[in-house]
Design a protein around this ligand. Structure first.
Ligand SMILES: [Zn+2]
Length: 450
């Protein structure tokens, strides 16, 4: 990561959710990790001599609001053949059993750097692999430290969504593998998480793994911790029908109702997946203005189903996006999937327009991760932005008027040419400035398979 000049000139720019079109000749001046000024209609001749010219479309950086970095090592191994979410989970457990702080950091660093190459400037790592074999704590919470170091080295902003995971199922003790995910008690979880340091580029959030893994009394404690810290709070919610059936059998209600009864659902809350939520659940999430993080490429891969994005957005839930299992890391693909999956289900086009889809991928994701001043190119906002080149075979014919819909329906992560995070250039001309991403993915993943 290298220091950057303070002025960037954007040939074209989408400045964020309050803009319905792309502007031309935008000069961004930075002060530290913030945007100090935004001027439209600036000619290149008016620029300071050290200004950096960005050709293509510049836009706010993408937020990946739901990641499990270590799942990246499963790509290509679990997609073939039959099987289900539950057989995939067995594969994931086998992988989790061999990771230690060193191998976890190497894998996460390469994975976060892959994200950066694709224009992801902020990641929410839903972190539950925090203990050693048998549930032993590491000195200095080394697995959490590995994630923080990995994001720093990869140059991307991090919310460490530290996850409480106490039970192997409702009323079931954790199995040998799941012990690595458990702090033993919610009080131990709170003690450990309260000690995690934050910085200008790192926030700490809280997560309830799911209604399977956390009991109602512990949910209340976690919600109170998040409220006290003003921290984001996430949970996996209704990804699979069987979770709803188990919750109904044990508690007589849906997962959303159970979480709501424990004080979990508020504006700071994000329901991850929300694939199999009923009309009442949707109303509860909407009236709280809660976030809902859809992970369409993972939900496809695991045969989870299609989440009710139109209904959720219609009642005021704030949709955002995650690459979750990293079967694919391409936030553009997640973004268009929200609309295209809705078309397949509803037989209707245009439920979500380009501006609202791009807002999900940017400002909504930043807000879900506790960075309300990110995801827009405004004075005072975080200086996190990306430039999508218009020189690839996919986009070579696209002009400014078409750029917004092309970003959603055509662009891929491979079209991202430059990435700036907190004012620092992280990707220049499609290359990460400090990580050989393909080589590090290969070496870190092969080491785990050996
Ligand atoms: Zn997940």
């Amino acid at each position: 990561v290298t220091a950057s000049p303070a002025t960037f000139w954007c040939e074209l720019a989408w400045l964020g959710p309050s803009h319905g079109s792309v502007s031309s000749g935008v000069a961004l001046t930075l002060a530290g990790d913030r945007i100090a000024s935004v001027e439209e209609g600036v000619e290149p001749s008016e620029l300071p001599s050290d200004a950096v010219r960005l050709s293509g479309v510049t836009m706010p950086g993408l937020a990946n609001a739901h990641s499990h970095a270590f799942h990246r090592a499963l790509r290509g191994r679990t997609q073939a053949g039959t099987g289900s979410f539950w057989t995939w989970r067995d594969e994931m457990y086998r992988l989790a059993s061999v990771l230690d702080p060193t191998s976890y950091e190497a894998l996460a660093r390469a994975t976060f750097a892959e994200m950066a190459l694709g224009g992801i400037t902020c990641v929410g790592e839903f972190h539950y692999l925090h203990h050693g074999p048998g549930g032993q704590p590491y000195d200095d919470d080394a697995m959490s430290g590995a994630i923080v170091a990995a994001a720093d080295e990869a140059g991307i902003r991090l919310t460490l969504v530290d996850t409480c995971y106490l039970h192997g199922g409702i009323g079931v003790a954790p199995n040998e593998m799941q012990l690595r995910f458990s702090d033993g008690s919610v009080d131990e979880w709170a003690r450990r998480v309260s000690a995690l340091p934050e910085s200008a580029a790192v926030r700490v959030g809280a997560a309830i793994h799911s209604v399977r893994a956390v009991d109602p009394a512990s949910m209340r404690t976690i919600a109170a911790w998040a409220a006290h810290r003003d921290a984001p709070l996430h949970a996996h919610v209704s990804e699979q029908p069987i979770e709803n059936e188990q919750c109904l059998a044990a508690f007589g209600c849906s997962p959303v109702e159970l979480l709501a009864g424990c004080g979990v659902i508020s504006e700071r809350f994000t329901a991850v997946h929300a694939t199999h939520v009923n009309d009442h659940d949707i109303a509860v999430l909407g009236s709280a203005s809660a976030g809902c993080c859809l992970c369409p490429t993972t939900e496809r891969d695991l045969a989870d189903g299609i989440g009710p994005s139109a209904a959720l957005a219609g009642v005021g839930a704030r949709l955002c996006l995650g690459s979750d299992s990293h079967a694919v890391i391409d936030l553009f693909e997640e973004t268009r999937a929200v609309e295209l999956d809705e078309r397949l289900r509803s037989l209707r086009r245009g439920t979500h327009d380009a501006r609202s889809l791009l807002s999900m991928a940017t400002a909504n994701g930043y807000s879900s991760l506790g960075w309300p001043d990110g995801g827009r190119l405004d004075v005072g906002a975080l200086a996190d932005f990306i430039t999508v080149g218009l020189d690839s075979v996919r986009l070579a014919d696209i002009n400014g008027d078409e750029a917004l819909s092309a970003l959603v329906f055509v662009a891929t992560g491979a079209d991202v040419r430059h990435v700036v995070v907190g004012g620092d250039v992280v990707v220049r001309d499609h290359a990460h400035v400090s990580v050989d991403v393909a080589a590090e993915l290969r070496s870190s993943i092969r080491a785990l398979r050996a």
